[in-house]
Structures are given as C-alpha cells and as structure tokens.
Unconditional design. Sequence first.
Length: 243
Amino acid sequence: MAQPEQPRGILQITGSDRVSFLQNLVTNEIDALGLHYAALLTPQGKYIADFFVLVRQNDILVDVAKFLQENLASRLNMYRLRADVKIEMIEYDVNCGLGLLPETGFKDPRSKALGWRVYGTTSSEFIDWPALRVEHIIPETGIELGPDKFLLEMDFERLNGVDFKKGCYVGQEIVARMKHKTVLRKGLKQIKIEGTATPGSPILANGKPAGVIYTQHNGLALAYLRFDRATSQMTAEDAILSL
C-alpha cells in the first residue's frame, strides 16, 4: 500500500439524514454502500472540491484533499439547516495500491488504472502518481482541478464523477446545459512536450494564449486547452508542445 498523491482529510457525516443530505448536494449518486467519486459545485456550476464518498452502514466518510477539508466542512454546514446531520473533521488513515484488491479495499471509481483505496490502515510504499495520471489523463485536486473550472471540461463524466440521471444538486442546471446544449470549447488534454515548464504556466500558440500546462512526465503532459487555438506546435516557457 502507498500514500495518496497528497495528504487527505476526512469528514465524518452522521445522523439519520446523512445520505439524503449529501445526495442533494453533490454531483454523483451516493445512496449505495461503497466508494463513490463526486464534487461540490457553486450554484454557477464551478468547482469547489472533488472527493471520495465512502458510504458505510452507520456513517459516511468524505475523503478530500487536506487543504480543502476545512472549507468543505464549512460549505456543507451552510446547507445543513434542520437536517439531522453532524459533520466532523477527523483523523483517519487513507492508503492506496495497485494490483489485487484487498478484502477491506475499494476500487478507485475514477479508473481501473488507479487501483484501490483502503481506509484505516497505514503504509509507506511508493506509487508514481504523476506518471499514472499523465498516462491516463486524470486531473488532480489543486493542480489541474481548481476554482475556475467546469467539471465536464475536466472529464468528470469519463471519471464517473457526475450522474446525469440523478435529481437536483448544487450547480446541476449548468452541468446539464453543458452536457446537452453546448459544445465544449476548452478542456483537459494529454499533449507531447519537449523540455519542461512550470506547472500553471500559460501555453501560447501563434503568440496567443491557448491554455495552461500542468503535470508532466516522460515527454507527455496534461494541459487545459482552448480547442480553437490549439495547434500542432505551441510553447510554454522554453518547452515545445504538440498535440
């Protein structure tokens, strides 16, 4: 087992309304036992946080990047109103692995390539997460995923993070409109890179802004691109980029 790519924080949600409360807020169905991937959005449909939701018999654990834990707890408490729900920030170990699924593990719902997650145990093994993410085009919290992004631009449908058949949730109208009524003009893509560039650096094509470069590994990179400006040769700092 190995540590996740970045430190994780856990929110424990208890109370008789815990499932319906969270179900009405997040982008995915979470009413079945097990591990789910979802996000909380602004009413305008933009990203606040992505996380794993582990639904157990007597509580729900929300597994989120540590630096978002406190803000996510505050946001969820804003919606609590009179619901029978208690939200606590707790310490709880999160570990990951590739290969055979342990008896106490849960498959990573985003992609088979990301293996599985186990809760309540520790380990010190190593997984090259950036390499895996670049190869399989997986955005990471705080790197590719940030507050100016829309979920469908970041491939959340492919990553099993949004359900278009569930009922309403915060930002649902915008997500549905992007799915059914618009053609995406920006999005996450894997590109080729010669050299290196600082993650977050702007990409230029014909002297015009064409996107932002993020995680890089072994001649490939994840980039957030404007499709109308992306060309066969672009630059980011001193690096040469191509589709």
